[in-house]
Design a protein around this ligand. Sequence first.
Ligand code: HEC
Ligand code: HEC
Length: 365
Amino acid sequence: MYKKFLVLSLLFALCFWLSCRVDPYVPTSSKQVAFDIPKGWPQPYYQFTNNRLTYDGFQLGRRLFYDGRLSSNDTVSCAFCHQNFAAFSNLAHFVSHGVGNQNGTRNAPGIFNMAWNTSYFWDGGVTNLENQPINPMTNPVEMGETLPDVIRKISKDPMYPAMFQRAFSNDTGDLINSKHIFQSLAQFMAVMISNNSRYDSFVRGQITFNSSETNGYTTFKTKCASCHSEPLFSDYQFRSIGLEPEVMPVINHTGQFIIDSGREHITHNASDRYKFKTPSLRNIALTAPYMHDGRFLTLLDVLDYFSTSIKPGASYCATLDPSLTGGIPLTTQQKNDLISFLNTLTDHTLYTNPLFSDPNNYPAP
Ligand code: HEC
Ligand code: HEC
């Protein structure tokens, strides 16, 4: 009897030791998620202060991101507009379409490397990643829902109480609350780091560029990197590149025509009129259409615009970035090479990563 007990406990200890052993190369458990700052990148702006990153918090955020019940008609999830095959931007629409197929006013940006953004939205209207989801959720033309309703709906699903419990077990009271919804969404979005493009392999010295990519990179560094600065390919500043505002008038949900004044909308400062946040160019081949209103369909359209269409004398160019008064003249060869280089910024591991995909198709372990 005694012997049996000894053998059993030894066996148990062996299993325990095996399961706890940390192998430096193959994780013993796939229930892991990490926020690793890529080598050579600056410190992130979002620090997880008061929102400790956990595997369960991340998985809850992921589940919510793909859940249509965050919207009034139960079908418009975050992922409805932020499609993973489009680097979490939206391929289908110039400006976003929300509940009832209503039009928004802006093009949905890709979601990755969010922790390095110093502000969110094209006009930088939100400065904390945890406060960001309230906007689409309650915006009448996006998800058009109220927080109490979302909480009521998801609380009825037996899956969620356990998920909130696991993710926020240190908290007390009703765990299914808006703070936890926002914190888990922030955990999910912050972990979506994109740093596995050909460009990254090149920087790591693992591959070489062909001659077109090399020439494109050289042109990029002299003509584009002042705003689209490496390694994130944005300086996160607000600038006007001189786009004519009336090109695509939009109708908001009140039925009025509005013109998007950009950063001025937030600061109420006329010197910020028509300025928009410099977008990252990572994954740019996946995130067409381009610009805050999605007016350009192709990268060539964008380069043609920079090369020949900026009109410094036009009234709407009063706030044009001083570096663009002469445009950015480019030869056909330079445009082709720039496009070759921009194509090296695509990270195929971002949208193929099961961790970031719809949990209904790729269940969490
Ligand atoms: C109806 C389409 C739509 C839905 C649904 C939607 N978004 Fe967005 N999202 C957008 C658009 C459009 C923008 C840009 C808005 C702006 O700049 O004013 C945006 C911007 C963002 C940004 C800022 C990105 C940046 O680079 O500044 C984040 C983060 C984000 N959305 C996350 C979410 C989350 C989380 C949800 C779900 C709670 C969500 N979105 C639901 C369309 C949508
Ligand atoms: C003076 C700063 C500045 C310079 C220089 C600049 N850009 Fe931009 N770029 C911006 C801003 C700001 C936007 C967003 C404008 C908007 O939507 O209103 C933008 C938008 C873009 C977009 C669309 C991105 C998207 O997600 O929709 C592409 C592509 C782009 N730039 C490529 C380039 C290339 C290539 C060069 C060099 C030939 C360049 N830019 C030079 C500031 C700059």
